[in-house]
Write a protein that binds this ligand. Structure first.
Ligand code: ATP
Ligand code: MG
Length: 381
């Protein structure tokens, strides 16, 4: 008897002719997630299995966090000929259960000496005898013991939900504007979950923002790195641009102009890295720079689509996801962000685009952007 993990994929099932491509990609991602565990991942009869591991709990934790995995079932594989042994295993697997159950047998080996209904009845009877806490309900059972008769027999009862989504890389690339806050890591995670390979841009204003603030952002990227299958982080020196904005632009527009520079630079990096979109962690009305007028003003400097997966989320909903993906504590460390220094006392909440453009005329944008790009540091995490 061998212990293994049956991996079920959700939505990628729907992909018609592309299905083999998605499945191959998912297998690669599961292998990546399990590197170093000695596990073997393979596909058989259109289903993905993992075996050869030492620690089921550890392997389950990793596989359930791979985008594209819908659920996993700890299963046993055993020779199908010895029906007594199959029943004994069925009894063992259901020994702790209470409530209602059914046995659900399926045969892809039609020459097997028992039919599916006969397996259901016989094994169900043995389980009822052994466990007085269980009753049969074939329509709406609390538990289903699956018995699959293929080249071997496979038995499983427990279904552990996984993260869902699609395998990273099957839906293109995008560039995340990653601050040290709560929102942007969540935004990146959500888009990556849809099968998008992300890279990240962080704007750093040393010495106004500290080395620790930069390390915090890299630590956030490291947290995301497992799910995102590695992230390249572009650290852009932003001090000079911020000082120029502070010295030459009206105070009420400084945050907005700064955001516009961020978008322009991020778009340049996105183009260079083959990204098709930018991602930010904004949500309507959260702060002055996230009113509808302000968002329009920042969007108007780039031609790439800007994905804002949190646009309709409350902060409490964002925090809930941040906790789930384990970025919340790191994000809550109290280091300053370049957005929080030079903050205007009364930022414009309903800026007119023409006014902002006019204010920006005081700056020589081209060379400032080129210098920032030249000074960019790239770190793979
Ligand atoms: P977050 O919680 O993600 O830091 P925030 O609530 O601080 O967001 P803003 O400061 O308005 O909101 O930033 C809005 C978005 O702009 C962020 O979600 C992020 O995508 C991007 N951003 C802000 N600061 C930076 C930075 N220093 N580097 C890269 N991107 C940034
Ligand atoms: Mg925010």
């Amino acid at each position: 008897m061998k212990e293994l993990l049956l991996v079920r994929y959700g939505e990628i099932f729907l992909k018609g002719l592309n299905r083999p491509y998605f499945i191959r990609s998912l297998i690669r991602k599961i292998r990546y997630a399990l590197r170093g565990t000695g596990s073997e991942v393979w596909i058989h009869d259109g289903r993905i299995f993992v075996r050869g591991f030492q620690d089921l709990e550890y392997v389950t934790d990793r596989v359930t966090r791979v985008f594209g995995v819908h659920s996993v079932c700890p299963a046993v594989e055993m020779p199908k000929e010895d029906f007594e042994a199959l029943c004994a295993e069925g009894v063992r697997m259901t020994a702790d259960l209470k409530g209602t159950f059914k046995v659900n047998a399926r045969r892809s080996d039609k020459r097997y000496f028992m039919t599916s209904p006969a397996i259901n009845a016989e094994m169900g009877g043995r389980i009822l005898e052994a466990n007085p806490e269980l009753k049969v309900d074939i329509h709406n059972p609390d538990h289903v013991l699956n018995v699959e008769i293929r080249d071997q027999a496979y038995l499983y009862v427990k279904v552990i939900p996984a993260v869902g989504g699609m395998p990273v890389g099957t839906n293109g690339n995008a560039t995340l504007l990653l601050s040290g806050g709560i929102d942007s890591p969540v935004a990146g995670w959500m888009i990556a979950k849809r099968g998008v390979q992300i890279n990240a841009v962080h704007f750093h204003s040393y010495p106004y923002t500290s080395e620790q603030a930069k390390e915090k952002v890299l630590d956030l990227a490291r947290k995301l790195s497992f799910s995102c299958c590695g992230i390249k982080v572009y650290i852009v020196p932003f001090t000079e641009i911020q000082l120029q904005i502070r010295d030459h632009c009206p105070e009420e527009y400084t945050t907005l102009i700064m955001r516009r520079f961020m978008m322009r630079i991020a778009e340049r990096i996105a183009e260079k890295t083959g990204s098709g979109a930018l991602i930010t962690g904004e949500s309507i009305g959260q702060v002055a720079s996230q009113t509808m007028e302000a968002l329009q003003t920042t969007d108007s400097v780039v031609s790439m689509p800007v994905f804002r997966p949190l646009i309709g989320f409350d902060k409490s909903e964002i925090i809930e996801i941040a906790r789930k993906i384990d970025t919340y504590e790191l994000s809550s460390l109290p280091y300053e962000d370049c957005c929080t220094i030079f903050t205007p006392k009364h930022p414009a909440t309903r800026p007119r685009k023409e006014k902002v453009e006019e204010a920006e005329q005081a700056l020589d944008a081209g060379p400032l952007i080129e210098a920032a790009l030249d000074g960019t540091e790239v770190i793979q995490v």
